[in-house]
Design a binder for this molecule. Structure first.
Ligand code: ADP
Ligand code: MG
Length: 386
């Protein structure tokens, strides 16, 4: 929290990470290029971060021996995975420096706590009702329809969201989710979506990144463009201010992303927050002075924050496993050579051994002196990859 003295970890020291996915892999790259060593805790043998970490502790997120080994090796530990048990973070915090704090992660991993917190600091969220029982659905306002029922916690096999037109459909969806706690949210007329990455140090020093405009396909991020084509200067200013408010209210230490909806009349609504670097901030690796992952390293190590200033305009394209299957039923290698013919395209592949439809395999960031140039490069890459 504010004024708390962070233990400084100097380059050469060990940093710990819970979770071995692509976000962890990019954290490792940033940490190692600054001379740090990284220990990753993840149960999966060939996970993306395990392949590049200096030490891979193969254990579950609640495995006491694994957590003890991580705490013994590392002076400071963070997470790339928001569904890590809060109890594990608390257990680690007894032995080493942990950020973000368990309390902040607990809020971000539960939609009920998250919406309640955001509304409590005066930042608007979509109209919603907490749903813990069928009676809550019966009591919910009719103005929430057409709506979306969202399971409060993630990790239900990508399910956990259903569009509902009526209380009857909401009851059916609630039952199909196993009657777990949910939020029922009004479906809003989105003009577009933006996000802001914010980094906040132990001493309260804070930076926000440029606003990214995000296009989703089938609920998965597809494209992030910076600067945002549609956000006015006023939206940019308000989004960055709201992101700062969210981080400060949590006394947050680390990297956080705030996702927004832009509604008619330039109304800005917070959709959700992620207590870690975010897919919509990957552009910062190639297009900013300090990437979101380097910033995560700096906070964790108690070092000063770097500049988040952009060096170029960028369009980031996610690479999903689907393109491995385009040639037919058999997985084939996509046309990397043709994609790399775009000279400002920066390819990032996460080293995942198996391509699956809807699985994030990598991304390409296309740079330009301005947005139009970046978009031209992205069009070339998109054509090459189909
Ligand atoms: P996830 O945790 O899967 O990212 P989100 O709650 O962010 O789930 O929803 C994913 C996407 O679904 C959003 O980015 C947005 O495009 C759409 N969406 C979610 N909630 C609403 C809503 N209340 N009204 C309209 N669209 C929504
Ligand atoms: Mg989202």
């Amino acid at each position: 929290s504010d004024g708390k003295q962070a233990r400084v970890v100097q380059p050469g020291g060990w940093l710990g990470l819970l979770g071995g996915g692509q976000l962890g892999r990019m954290f490792c790259h940033a940490a190692q290029s600054m001379g740090y060593r990284v220990a990753v805790l993840d149960p999966i043998a060939d996970c993306p971060a395990g392949a590049v970490a200096d030490l891979h502790i193969r254990a579950g997120y609640d495995d006491e021996a694994g957590l003890a080994q991580l705490a013994e090796r590392c002076s400071a530990v963070t997470t790339e995975f928001e569904n890590v048990p809060a109890a594990s973070l608390e257990q680690l915090a007894l032995r080493c420096q942990v950020s973000p704090a368990a309390g902040a992660v607990a809020i971000a991993q539960d939609r009920i706590a998250e919406k309640g917190y955001i509304a409590s600091i005066g930042v608007p969220v979509a109209p919603y009702a907490e749903i813990r029982s069928e009676a809550d659905i019966d009591a919910a306002s009719a103005s929430l329809y057409p709506g979306i029922l969202k399971a409060a916690r993630l990790g239900y096999d990508g399910k956990g969201q259903a569009r509902v037109e009526s209380a009857e459909q909401a009851r059916a969806a609630f039952a199909s989710f196993g009657s777990v706690p949910c939020v029922l949210e009004a479906r809003l007329p989105l003009e577009f979506e933006v996000s802001v990455v914010v980094a906040r140090g132990f001493d309260g020093e804070v930076v926000t990144y440029p606003v990214s405009e995000n296009v989703h396909r089938d609920g998965i991020l597809a494209i992030s463009t910076v600067p945002s084509p549609r956000a006015s200067e006023d939206i940019v200013r308000r989004a960055r201010a709201a992101a700062l408010q969210v981080a400060a209210g949590l006394e947050y230490c680390g990297v956080l992303c705030v996702e927004f909806f832009v509604l008619p009349g330039e109304r800005l609504i917070v959709n959700e927050i992620a207590p870690r670097p975010h897919n919509s901030g990957h552009y910062s690796i190639d297009a900013c002075v300090t990437s979101q992952f380097e910033q995560q390293v700096r906070v964790l190590a108690g070092q000063p924050l770097g500049s988040s200033d952009p060096l170029a305009a960028s369009v980031m394209l996610n690479i999903l496993g689907d393109i491995w299957f385009q040639a037919g039923e058999q997985a084939a290698e996509p046309a990397w050579g043709r994609a790399l013919q775009a000279p400002t395209a920066k390819l990032h592949l996460y080293g995942k051994t198996e391509a699956r439809r809807g699985r994030k395999m990598g991304h390409v960031t296309c740079l330009g002196a301005d947005r139009v140039q970046a978009e031209r490069s992205a069009a070339q890459v998109a054509t090459a990859l189909g």
